[in-house]
Design a binder for this molecule. Sequence first.
Ligand code: HEM
Ligand code: HEM
Length: 157
Amino acid sequence: MKATNGYSGVQIALHWLVAVLIIVAWFTGEGADEALDMIEDGGVAGFVPHVAVGLAILALVLVRLLVRLSRGAPAAPGVPGSWQVAAADWGHRLIYLLMIAVPLGGISVFFLGLEVGDMHELAANALMLIVLGHALVALYHQYVLKDGLLRRMMKAG
Ligand code: HEM
Ligand code: HEM
């Protein structure tokens, strides 16, 4: 992948938009659970915010992945080859994987009727825990190491 000097405006906008949507999706999961119960009881579910938000996340993450693969991203700060840089790279890959796998799991439950609701919830909780760690590391860089890391996700470079 190409190493760039900074994230583009599109990459930054997608980062924060998807972050907000993931938090909304996480808090609205129960609504989808209830809609599913209505459908199973022979009723029809109307507009389901969780499903709409979840599908939007999947679409935006696929765009984001294509942008990242074609445009590239800045190398993680730190000594090349160090465990910190490897942890950042693999951590970001794991987040991408979960941002795709979690909505696909939701689709399997809601549209395909597969009984993988527990796995979907477990993977969603894992995603939330990992991004919580991710945010804490970002804040540690910004306020303890004072290396201005947050600026990379604020201002296009
Ligand atoms: C659901 C919430 C979040 C998700 C899914 C997420 C995901 C990601 C991913 C995948 C990257 C890699 C760059 C890319 O390809 O876009 C990234 C970078 C970054 N994130 Fe987040 N993020 C979230 C929340 C946050 C929060 C709350 C903060 C700040 C407190 C933050 C700060 C950053 C920074 C500073 C970078 C750039 C790191 C670098 O320069 O290498 N993120 N994020
Ligand atoms: C990143 C995106 C998503 C996140 C973070 C997420 C998160 C969650 C969480 C935490 C739950 C458990 C709620 C509870 O029972 O208390 C849940 C349930 C559910 N979600 Fe999602 N979800 C996402 C995407 C989707 C999508 C795209 C769909 C459907 C197209 C979907 C459909 C469902 C369904 C049907 C349930 C109920 C599962 C069951 O109890 O059997 N989700 N989701």
